[in-house]
Design a protein around this ligand. Structure first.
Ligand code: SF4
Ligand code: SF4
Length: 442
C-alpha cells in the first residue's frame, strides 16, 4: 500500500489535522499519531504494527491506498460518471432577459422586447415531452432564470407548467426552482406554485440602505428591501425553500450584520427552510486588505450560524462540479438559443445550440469544445486540489490558457484553500453533532 497523493497534515492547536483532498475526509490526530504518520509515510507496515486502528482508519478513508490504485483516474472517472448521469435532466429556462430592476453588476442586457414567444414555449414543451417519452430520466429539474423570470409569469412560466401537467407529473419527478429578485412575487403566484414544492434563490445586496440603492425600482419608488424580506418570509411560511444569496463587495460586507438583525424574528421553522451564502460580486476588485475582508466574512458567517441559520460555507459550494459540465444540462434562452452556462452573457459567442420546433437541439462547435476541455489540463491533473477545485468549471476552462493553474493560485493559496475547507468541514460536523444532541434531548 502507499500513502495518498492528496493528504495533508497540518498543525491545529495542540494536535494535528490530517485531511484528504480526494475523499474530503478530515481527522484530528494527536502528536504521537501525527509523528508516526509523518515518519513512516513510506513504511506503512510500521504504522499498521504500532497503531492498527489508526492504520485501518487511514486505509478506509483514502489516506492510504492500494499500490495500483490510480487516484487521479478515480477522480476523473467519478466526474465522467456524474457528467453522463442519465437519470437527471437539468433544464434552465429564461422567459426573458428583461428585468424590473437594474442592479449595477448585472451582466444581462435587459432587452425590453426579450420575451419568450409562444412558438418557443411550444418548442420547449416538445423538448420536455420528448425527454419524458424517451424514458431515460427519473427526474427533471426545471429552473426559471433570466432576467427576471416572474416578469412573464402568466405568459411563459404558467403555460409551461400547465403543459407539464398534461405531459404527466407522475412519469418523472419534476422539481422547480426560481432565481428571482422576488419583487414581483405575489401571494397568488406563491399559492399557484406551492403544489410543486419549488425552491427559490433570492438575493439581498446589503442592509436596507444598500439593497434599496442596488435594487431600485426607480426614482421616487418605494425601496425593495422590506418587500423582498417580506416575500422571503411568505415563502418560508408556506414551507417553500429559499436560498438567500448575500451579494457583497468589500465596501458592503460588514453591513450584512444589519440584515441579521432584520431576520432575527424568523421562527425556527422558517430558518429550517432557508439557507444563506455569501457571494462576492465578481466585478469587485481584490484589494490590498483581503485578509481583513476574510475575517469579516468569517465573523458574519459565524454570526448567522449562531443565530440558527444554515450557512453554506465558502468551499462547500465549490466542491460540487458545475451543472454546465454535465451532458444532461441545458439552458434555453427566450429566443430558443441554447447555452450551457448562466454566468455569461447570452450572446452569439457563448451560444452552443438552437432549439428547433420539433423539440430537438442542433448543437454547434462550441458545445464540442466545452466537452473537450472539461477534464482539465496537465497542471490541474497533477494538482493536490484536483478533486476540490476541478480547475473551475468548463466555462473557466474555455476562457483560460491551456497551461498552468487556471485559478492563478500560488502553492500558498492552495494551502489557504485547504485550511478554509477544513474549517468548513469542522463547522458542518459541529452543526450535525449539535442537531443530533438537540434531537436526542427533545
Ligand atoms: S435583479 Fe437580477 S436580473 Fe434583475 S437587474 Fe438585478 S441581477 Fe439583473
Ligand atoms: S485551477 Fe489551479 S488550484 Fe485548481 S485544480 Fe487547477 S492547478 Fe489546482
Amino acid at each position: 500500500m502507499k500513502t495518498s497523493n492528496y493528504s495533508v497534515l497540518m498543525p491545529a492547536g495542540k494536535n494535528y489535522i490530517l485531511y484528504n483532498c480526494r475523499t474530503d475526509v478530515m481527522v484530528q490526530v494527536d502528536n504521537r499519531l501525527a509523528e508516526l504518520y509523518q515518519k513512516n509515510e513510506t513504511d506503512l507496515e510500521r504504522i499498521a504494527d504500532a497503531a492498527p486502528d489508526f492504520f485501518e482508519y487511514l486505509s478506509s478513508n483514502g489516506f492510504i491506498v492500494e499500490d495500483d490504485f490510480d487516484e487521479q483516474k478515480q477522480i476523473i472517472d467519478y466526474w465522467k460518471e456524474d457528467d453522463e448521469n442519465s437519470e437527471e435532466l437539468l433544464v434552465t429556462i429564461n422567459p426573458t432577459m428583461n428585468c424590473n430592476l437594474r442592479c449595477w453588476y448585472c451582466y444581462e442586457e435587459h432587452g425590453k422586447k426579450s420575451k419568450m414567444e409562444q412558438s418557443t414555449v411550444d418548442a420547449v414543451i416538445s423538448y420536455l415531452q420528448k425527454q419524458v417519452a424517451g424514458g431515460r430520466f427519473k427526474s427533471i429539474a426545471l429552473t426559471f432564470f433570466g432576467g427576471e423570470p416572474l416578469l412573464y409569469f402568466s405568459q411563459v412560466v404558467q403555460p409551461i407548467l400547465e403543459q407539464i401537467k398534461k405531459i404527466g407529473t407522475d412519469k418523472v419527478n419534476w422539481t422547480l426552482h426560481f432565481t428571482t429578485n422576488a419583487t414581483l412575487l405575489t401571494k397568488e403566484i406563491a399559492e399557484y406554485l406551492q403544489p410543486w414544492y419549488p425552491s427559490f434563490q433570492i438575493t439581498i445586496d446589503g442592509n436596507e440602505f444598500i439593497h434599496n440603492i442596488v435594487k431600485t425600482m426607480g426614482k421616487n419608488k418605494p425601496g425593495t428591501y422590506r418587500m423582498t424580506i417580506g416575500h422571503i418570509r411568505m415563502l418560508l411560511q408556506m414551507r417553500m425553500k429559499v436560498a438567500i444569496r448575500f451579494n457583497y463587495t468589500a465596501k458592503t460586507l460588514e453591513r450584512f450584520i444589519d440584515v441579521l438583525t432584520d431576520l432575527k424574528d424568523f421562527s425556527d421553522e422558517e430558518r429550517e427552510y432557508c439557507n444563506v451564502a455569501f457571494f462576492r460580486v465578481w466585478q469587485d476588485k481584490k484589494s490590498d486588505d483581503e485578509k481583513s475582508l476574510e475575517e469579516k466574512l468569517d465573523f458574519l458567517e459565524s454570526a448567522f450560524r449562531s443565530a440558527g441559520f444554515h450557512v453554506i460555507g465558502q468551499t462547500t459550494r465549490l466542491v460540487g462540479r458545475c451543472y454546465a459540465d454535465r451532458d444532461n444540462s441545458i439552458v434555453i434562452n427566450y429566443d430558443g438559443m441554447v447555452y450551457k452556462c448562466t454566468a455569461r452573457e447570452f450572446n452569439q459567442k457563448n451560444c452552443e445550440g438552437r432549439l428547433i420546433e420539433d423539440g430537438n437541439i442542433e448543437w454547434n462547435s462550441r458545445y464540442e469544445q466545452r466537452r473537450q476541455v472539461r477534464y482539465c489540463n496537465e497542471t490541474c491533473r497533477s494538482c493536490i486540489l484536483l478533486a476540490l477545485c476541478h480547475g473551475g468549471c468548463s466555462q473557466n476552462k474555455l476562457e483560460s490558457p491551456e497551461v498552468g493553474c487556471l485559478m492563478g493560485y500560488s502553492e500558498e493559496d492552495k494551502m489557504d484553500y485547504i485550511r478554509q475547507r477544513i474549517k468548513d468541514i469542522y463547522v458542518e460536523q459541529t452543526k450535525r453533532v449539535e442537531a443530533r444532541k438537540r434531537k436526542d434531548q427533545s
